[in-house]
Design a protein around this ligand. Structure first.
Ligand code: UTP
Length: 298
């Protein structure tokens, strides 16, 4: 079924990436590659495949390489073309969106995810939209998690927000994330009754955390405007979601697939190993390498 309503996506890529320094000093974390592709391209392709037509990037200083990645590179293209390297040429530009579908906007100051999303208000208009955090890499065999969320939104057929949720691997990690309480814990989605950013373990309402994909009604912008800077002095999107819950339902969608937090070094390494093992061309060699390294390395 074609995606009926959600046509715009925001990619907030303006964060400073302090968990990944020094790599992220001059290189945006969203440009770090998993296998041969930068993280931001996975997020873009997932959205394009889900039927999104307008792509808004909220960027910052030192993020120019993201913009360049979504443009032509004539010198490279002409060399590849002259040497008849068609596959390489396809990898370079074959996936680019059409001119006019993509907007880059600077956040100017990294004041938090809520603030980054608010920067897009004038460009989204009065319609539902998606948000995808490119530093969280999602994988579903033969599927697309954003597309699943959009289908759920279309089927619910009501004004509502949807956030992707996932059980944290280790209960003590609840204090690192936005944690939700929701009805219908056994179904694949449920109405949220409560959401709290980085709670203490004893205060956490569940061990399900909000992950990096959302569908919002445009009213979220007004709720972001009412949020006071919270933890780390940032405008937290979680606070705006919590504030909006009294007016519209917010649903948690349990992701049916895997998620790698590539904003952390260990999550990034995990993603690279998992993707190398899934790739037909690299899986055998990767298995051999793991066997080889599975001994004490001095
Ligand atoms: P994170 O908190 O994971 O990103 O924000 P960060 O601040 O870049 O990372 P650390 O914690 O310092 O390592 C989640 C997402 O929101 C974006 C980030 O780029 C990331 O995709 N973000 C965050 C913004 O666009 N602007 C901000 O002000 C903050």
């Amino acid at each position: 079924m074609p995606n009926k309503k959600v046509k715009t996506i925001i990619f907030p890529v303006g964060g400073l990436g302090t968990r990944f320094l020094p790599a992220t000093k001059a290189t945006p974390k969203e440009m770090l590659p998993v296998a041969e592709k930068p993280l931001v391209q996975y997020a873009f392709e997932e959205a394009a495949d889900a039927g999104i037509e307008r792509f808004i990037f909220i960027t910052g200083r030192n993020k120019n390489s993201i913009e360049n990645h979504f443009d032509h590179n004539y010198e490279l293209q002409s060399i590849l073309s002259d040497s008849n390297k068609r596959e390489m040429l396809k990898k370079t530009v074959g996936w680019l969106p059409a001119a006019g579908q993509i907007v880059f906007m600077r956040q100017q100051m990294a004041l938090g995810l809520g603030h980054a999303i608010l920067c897009a208000e004038k460009f989204v208009g009065n319609e539902p939209f998606a948000v995808s955090l490119a530093d969280e890499l999602f994988y579903k065999k033969d599927g697309n998690i954003l597309s699943d969320m959009i289908k759920l939104y279309d089927n619910l057929n009501e004004k509502c927000n949807i956030v992707a949720i996932q059980q944290v691997e280790n209960k003590k990690d609840v204090s690192k994330y936005g944690i939700v309480a929701f009805e219908n814990e056994n179904a694949n989605y449920g109405k949220l009754s409560h959401v709290v950013e980085k709670p203490k373990i004893e205060d956490a309402p569940s061990d399900f955390s909000i992950t990096g994909k959302y569908i919002f009604e445009p009213e979220i912008f007004d709720h972001i405007k009412g949020v006071k800077p919270g933890i780390n002095n940032e405008i937290q999107i979680t606070d705006a979601i919590a504030d909006m819950m009294s007016k519209f339902n917010t649903y948690g969608y349990k992701i049916d697939g895997e998620r790698y937090d590539c904003g952390s070094v260990i999550g990034y390494l995990k993603a690279n190993i998992a993707f190398a093992l899934r790739n037909e061309e690299t899986k055998d060699q990767t298995r051999e390498l793991i066997k080889y390294f599975n001994r004490d390395i001095k």
